[in-house]
Design a protein around this ligand. Structure first.
Ligand SMILES: Cc1cc2nc3c(=O)[nH]c(=O)nc-3n(C[C@H](O)[C@H](O)[C@H](O)COP(=O)(O)O)c2cc1C
Ligand code: SF4
Ligand code: SF4
Length: 434
């Protein structure tokens, strides 16, 4: 059976599944049961400065987006960092590490952007026996207005500076948690690297308003008639997170930097995708909040079964395997031609493909009076919109034309050679370079 033991920037855990810093890791009671359920590690709910405890709202703190079956797709929150006293958190972390020495325990930290504040708190937290630190430069609400969280994460110079202070203050690994509320994820990732961080983790939550109550005319969640933007997470953010992970994994400056992948991970497959794109491990929040701690057991068994099928002995065997296949648009092969194919036996004659192609694509699907839907190759541009709107899985597939065949739409013979935009005759830059 595949060995799921994972070492991430020097921190070993029994599997690559860590709980992200959030309500699931808010207290000893949770983390103890999480580790018993099988989670490989936990990033403790973000710790702040000693002093008067953080104050959360006393009303709803979540907004949500659901699928048609009411499955939770996106979750928005306006919660702040831990509102429990630092001393209590540290005592609980110490007990957890003592009782679960094999599991990874990471302290997430957010204190004001002052050198002494970071240098004072890190050694104190290290006394718990924790395995490393995660610097929370991500929270988009509440703390950002106080000059912390994403207010730091959006300024590369601050990231570099704080990461450097932290590396001076501790010998433990320092992970910088990145905010996605920026234009280019490479800038903060490079800054973390320059500051000496051992790894980055991403993504934290995305600025969002999930809904507006049209009776009260206020954003939700609504507190006494008013709402504010919150942080968005859950399955809906996975594509954004995957792209950001891939960008860091493939960029020459940041390539090779350990990445902890976060964002919408709900199944073992989600986790494997993050890892294939370069994440050394993954962190999960919303899925645990939706389905409970035991969801990790499905993740563990699914991942190990898939690894066995693929012949992967350890996670290191496939981490980053998909990175070489991520490229820029101009390097995609323009000589690769496909056409949509409808499996008439599987078709339930709903007509969605017809409506989509007829109204918004290329009028390439015909509908007969008795509702037989057929693709016209001379119009099909192979956009695959019909595949995506068809309610029957695999009913419409894309067939690759082999070299030598004629594309009925363009009348051109399909070439065997790879040809991209950089050399395409229609590209003025390519023509100018000749
Ligand atoms: C209610 C809630 C509270 C959170 N609190 C924190 C926090 O204190 N520190 C932190 O770094 N991230 C916090 N997060 C962000 C998560 O750690 C994680 O980055 C994000 O939810 C994306 O992962 P997911 O899609 O699996 O939920 C919080 C998320 C939620 C939903
Ligand atoms: S692939 Fe696009 S163009 Fe071709 S039939 Fe489907 S929707 Fe129409
Ligand atoms: S969308 Fe799918 S099931 Fe519906 S008519 Fe088209 S091919 Fe058939």
């Amino acid at each position: 059976m595949a060995d799921l033991t994972t070492t991430f920037c020097g921190i070993t855990s029994p599997n690559p599944f860590w709980l992200a810093s959030a309500p699931p890791t808010d207290k000893e009671y949770n983390v103890r049961r999480a580790f018993e359920a099988g989670w490989g590690g936990a990033v403790w709910k973000t710790l702040g400065m000693e002093g008067p405890p953080i104050v959360n709202v006393n009303g709803p703190r979540y907004g949500a987006i659901w699928g048609a079956d009411r499955r939770l797709l996106g979750l928005n929150n306006i919660e702040l960092i831990t509102d429990r006293p630092l001393e209590i958190n540290l005592e609980e972390m110490t007990r957890i590490k003592r009782d679960f020495p094999e599991h990874a325990l990471i302290a997430s930290v957010m204190v004001p952007c002052e050198e002494q504040a970071w240098k004072d708190i890190l050694p104190r937290i290290a006394e718990t026996g924790c395995d490393g630190f995660e610097l929370n430069f991500g929270c988009p609400h509440g703390m950002a207005e106080r000059g912390m969280g994403s207010a730091v994460g959006q300024v590369p110079e601050y990231i570099e500076m704080v990461a450097r202070w932290c590396k001076e203050a501790t010998d433990l690994p320092v992970i910088v948690k990145l905010t996605p509320n920026i234009t280019n994820i490479l800038y903060p990732a490079e800054a973390a690297l320059r500051g000496g961080a051992d790894a980055v983790s991403l993504i934290n939550t995305i600025n969002s308003i999930t809904s507006v109550n049209l009776d009260t005319m206020a954003p939700e969640p609504t507190i006494d008639g008013k709402g504010t933007h919150g942080g968005y997470c859950g399955p809906a953010v996975k594509p954004i997170a995957l792209n950001m992970v891939a960008e860091i994994a493939r960029h020459p400056e940041t390539r090779g930097m350990p990445i902890s992948g976060i964002g919408g991970i709900t199944t073992w497959r989600d986790a494997a995708e993050f890892m294939a794109l370069g994440a050394g491990n993954v962190q999960v929040c919303t899925a645990a909040m939706t389905y409970g701690f035991k969801i990790v057991q499905e993740m563990i068994s699914g991942l190990s079964q898939w690894m066995d099928e693929q012949g992967h002995q350890s996670t290191a065997d496939f981490i980053g395997s998909a990175v070489p296949n991520v490229t820029d648009w101009q390097y995609l092969n323009l000589n690769h031609v496909t056409k949509a194919r409808i499996d008439q036996d599987a078709c339930i004659k709903c007509g969605r493909c017809y409506a989509a192609c007829e109204d918004t694509s290329h009028q390439a699907i015909t509908m007969s009076p008795d509702r037989v839907f057929e693709v016209q190759d001379d119009e099909c541009v192979a956009c695959n919109l019909c595949v995506n709107v068809c309610p029957v899985e695999n009913c419409i597939t894309m067939e690759t034309l082999t070299p030598g065949m004629v594309d009925a739409r363009t009348g051109k013979v399909v070439e065997a050679d790879y040809g991209n935009w950089t050399t395409h005759p229609n590209n003025p830059s390519a023509a100018a370079a000749e």
